[in-house]
Structure formats: structure tokens, C-alpha cells
Design a protein around this ligand. Structure first.
Ligand SMILES: [Fe+2]
Length: 268
């Protein structure tokens, strides 16, 4: 993000520079009129986003291992491998923005932990890798990119915009690679069991999409300028993403949405 680099001088939110952001970053966010509860609410969501990005590092690394074991198009393998690296960078961008709002002491300098992917008992290793790609990329990352795009459309503060732009950089590929892999498996007629696994995955996606903001029941207004989606807006974005992008994507690739009818009906 050349523009952001110039705008913030040493902050370099969008660049890959992992040198400390320095006091300039904190000062830049604090000189806004965002204060008190609003500042904390936005800061906490970015700290949560940092944790999610950190967990994505391990998730994509696991996925890359499974894809390498099962074999896939080299383009898919390289994008999934790169997604793990992107997630390291994204976690750092989130950390810096969160620290600029909450203060360095309230945001961990580094995190530990990696997620365990759903077990899908009874599935073969080949089926399982497809289910993991669909859940992580076609669902999670596609929704994530749409959410960030909506957030960007509402954000006016330059630092928030720069942070969101940096997350979208590379981040858009994380969803696309999932659809590319699903298309490959469809061509190979190797999507057995996906239709039956989909309802649970969609259920998890809807729950998770709604839960992070569910905590902020008393969220103050006027925060969208700073990289924040109100709970209600987040729910609308999730519904739109399913209706306009995700479900049509499955239909286009011939995935039977019959078993997921209960969820699909809500988003017609
Ligand atoms: Fe991502």
C-alpha cells in the first residue's frame, strides 16, 4: 500500500516492514476524536482479529500439508502456502492497529496456538481435505473478504483504511483459492460427501459470523469510520455474502444444496 506508506511515514501499515510501528502510530490514532468506550470497542475487535489471523497461520499450514499429501494443482498449493505467510503479516497489522487504540500493554506482542480442523469422522483423507478447503476458504475467507470490503466502504479514518487495505491485499486470494480447488475436484468428480457435510459447515459459519460482535450488545454508535461493523450490519453482510456469493458459487459448481435446505431457505 504505497499510499498508506506515504501517509504514515514510519508506520508502514500496509508494507511488509515488521519493524516496530513506533509512537507515531499510536499518536496518529489517538489524535482522533475516538475515545472512551468507542476506542475500546474498536480496539478489542482488532485485537480479536489479530488472534483470528494468528490461528489462520496454523490452519493454512495444516491445509497446505494435507493438499501436498493428496496432490492438487500447483497454483492452489502455492496460494494456500502463501496464505499462511499472509496471515502472519495480517496478524501484525491487526496488532499494530489494536495497539494504537488500546495501548501496547493491552495487546500481546506475540501469540501462540493453532486451531484443530473439524474431524469429519468417517471421511477419507481425500474427502477431508476438500471439506477443510471449503470451510476455511469458500466459506470463512469469502465471508471475511466481503466483510472487510464492507468495512472499508464505511471507514474514513486513514489508519483504519490503511489497515483494512493491507488485510485485503492477498486476503482476496484466500477465498478464491478455495473455489478454484472445488472446481478442480468437481471436474474430477471427487466431491462425494460434500453436500452432506455442508449444513454443519454453514451452521458453524453463521454462528461464528454472528458471535464476535454478539458480545458488544451496547456498542456505541459512530464507530464505522474506524474500521468496525455494527452487529446488525455484520449480520446483514453475512446474509448477503451467503445469498449473493457463496450459495450461487456452490450452485454454479453443481454442489447439491438439498441437504442444506434449512439454511439455504433463510437466504433466498
Ligand atoms: Fe485471509
Amino acid at each position: 500500500m504505497k499510499r498508506a506508506d506515504r501517509m504514515f511515514g514510519v508506520v508502514v501499515l500496509g508494507g511488509i516492514s515488521l519493524t516496530a510501528a513506533g509512537p507515531a502510530a499510536a499518536a496518529s490514532a489517538r489524535t482522533t476524536d475516538l475515545a472512551g468506550d468507542g476506542l475500546r470497542t474498536v480496539g478489542i475487535t482488532w485485537r480479536d482479529r489479530m488472534r483470528q489471523a494468528h490461528l489462520s497461520v496454523g490452519a493454512f499450514a495444516l491445509l497446505a500439508g494435507q493438499l501436498a499429501e493428496q496432490g492438487c494443482d500447483p497454483v492452489v498449493l502455492s496460494l494456500v502456502t502463501r496464505a499462511s505467510w499472509d496471515a502472519v503479516r495480517h496478524a501484525e497489522i491487526c496488532r499494530r492497529y489494536a495497539a494504537s487504540l488500546l495501548g501496547e500493554d493491552e495487546v500481546p506482542a506475540r501469540l501462540e496456538g493453532s486451531p484443530s480442523l473439524p474431524a469429519h469422522p468417517g471421511a477419507t483423507a481425500g474427502d477431508r481435505v476438500l471439506f477443510h478447503v471449503v470451510e476455511l476458504c469458500c466459506l470463512g475467507e469469502t465471508l471475511g473478504a466481503i466483510t472487510l470490503t464492507e468495512m472499508h466502504a464505511r471507514a474514513t479514518h486513514p489508519m483504519a483504511r490503511a489497515a483494512i487495505e493491507s488485510l485485503l491485499e492477498g486476503g482476496l486470494d484466500h477465498g478464491r483459492v478455495g473455489w478454484a480447488y472445488l472446481a478442480q475436484r468437481t471436474r474430477e468428480h471427487r466431491t462425494r460427501g460434500l453436500a452432506q457435510a455442508l449444513p454443519e459447515m454453514l451452521g458453524r459459519m453463521c454462528r461464528e459470523a454472528l458471535s464476535p460482535s454478539a458480545r458488544a450488545t451496547d456498542e456505541p454508535g459512530g464507530l464505522e469510520a474506524y474500521g468496525f461493523l455494527a452487529r446488525r450490519t455484520g449480520q446483514e453482510v453475512c446474509a448477503r455474502a451467503l445469498r449473493d456469493v457463496i450459495l450461487p458459487g456452490f450452485r454454479e459448481l453443481g454442489v447439491d444444496l438439498g441437504p442444506a435446505q434449512a439454511i439455504v431457505r433463510q437466504f433466498r
